[in-house]
Design a protein around this ligand. Structure first.
Ligand code: NAP
Length: 327
């Protein structure tokens, strides 16, 4: 079975992508083959597409950690031909060819039936970014503090950040959004942020061991010094969900937020989360957490992916990029 995919190849240490025709291997026991209708672009996919070490296990490789589509072949009873499904994370787009191709072959245990009320398109408007934002919000809510004060979101115009802003606002929280794009006030307000904080102004004063406590909780998608500062500004027994590193891998903190305010730092790894946890988040998005992300996601064809990869690596994307396979 032949299919088209955006294949990244390595040549003398440089990595280039182009659309190639590939051959799908015969179906293996325990696997399904999915005809991908939509995929999405996540920050991790852009790293895989540009050869950044530690993401794709080897090249040539097809990135894409998200797929939504229909079962084309199934080796087991859990899925039948034509079932609409979603698969995100695990080794998809890491060591198993991913959603930048028209077909994927994955273990059935990675696959979730498309929940009621979600279309394949809006499942990929969420994608891993949405699942991650959902996991951050779920864990902050589960931590159970009083959430009467604002919640701070960093990287607010990005994929994870924008879904977090939309979701927290839908859940009636006051959302303050940190952004490096202060000109995008209007769109952040439309997402539901009540206050827009310029990232550079936020970081203008050095990080203190403890700062004025303003926020009930935080969703940090960027790491580095912003995470340090966020931790110092969380109210007693609040929490920060940490999921990203576009702003830096390392951060410093005093122990004071933890021992004087009882603040919790919650790690999020949505890719490797238990499939039942993923199902729980997808079901929330299909019901009480349903979001209309049409204004914050653009749909592109695979031919257009290169410029979208450059934009996400430069921190220039706003919201989500969905990849449509076929017309
Ligand atoms: N742990 C997990 O399970 C998980 C899952 C998905 C993603 N992630 C991680 O989460 C992060 C965000 O992913 P994404 O897909 O949302 O990416 P994205 O769409 O590119 O969003 C990142 C946003 O961060 C802000 N930003 C960019 N460069 C920055 C810098 N140098 N310092 C501070 N802020 C910066 C920008 O927003 P503003 O201009 O609005 O500030 C940018 O739009 C990535 O590190 C990704 O690897 C983790």
């Amino acid at each position: 079975m032949k299919y088209k995919a955006y294949l990244i190849e390595e040549n003398d240490g440089s990595y280039n992508g182009s659309i190639k025709e590939l051959e799908m291997a015969d179906i293996q026991p325990g696997n399904v083959i999915v005809k991908v209708h939509y995929s999405s672009l996540n920050y991790k996919d852009a790293l895989a597409a540009t050869g950044v070490k530690g993401v794709a296990s080897s090249y040539p490789f097809v990135p894409g950690i998200d797929v939504a589509g229909e079962i084309l072949k199934s080796s087991n009873e859990n899925f039948k031909i034509g079932d609409k499904v979603i698969a995100t994370g695990y080794k998809l787009g890491m060591s198993v060819h991913g959603g930048f191709g028209q077909l994927v072959q994955v273990p059935e245990k990675w696959v979730i039936p498309l929940p009621n009320n979600l279309t394949l398109l809006n499942s990929m408007s969420l994608g891993t970014a949405g699942l991650t934002a959902g996991a951050c919000v779920k864990k902050i809510l589960d931590a159970g503090p009083s959430l009467n004060n604002p919640i701070l979101v960093s990287g607010a115009t990005g994929g994870v950040g924008s879904v977090a802003v939309n979701l927290l606002s839908k859940l009636d929280f006051e959302v303050h959004a940190i952004t490096g794009k202060p000109n995008e006030t209007e769109i952040l307000k439309k997402m539901g942020a009540s206050e827009i904080i310029d990232r550079h102004k936020f970081m203008a004063d050095p990080v203190k061991p403890l700062d004025k406590a303003i926020y009930s909780a935080g969703v940090d998608t960027v790491g580095g010094d912003i995470l340090s500062k966020m931790l110092s500004m969380i109210l007693s027994h609040g929490s920060v969900a940490c999921c990203g590193n576009v702003g830096g891998m390392k951060f410093t903190s005093s122990v004071f937020p933890f021992i004087l305010r009882g603040v919790s730092l919650i790690g999020i790894d949505s890719a490797e989360s238990d499939i039942n946890f993923k199902k729980q988040i997808w079901n929330l998005f299909s019901e009480n957490w349903s979001l209309n992300l049409d204004d914050y996601s653009k749909v592109v064809q695979l031919d257009d992916i290169e410029s979208e990869i450059t934009a996400i690596l430069n921190g220039e994307q706003i919201g989500r990029v969905v990849i449509k396979h076929g017309d």
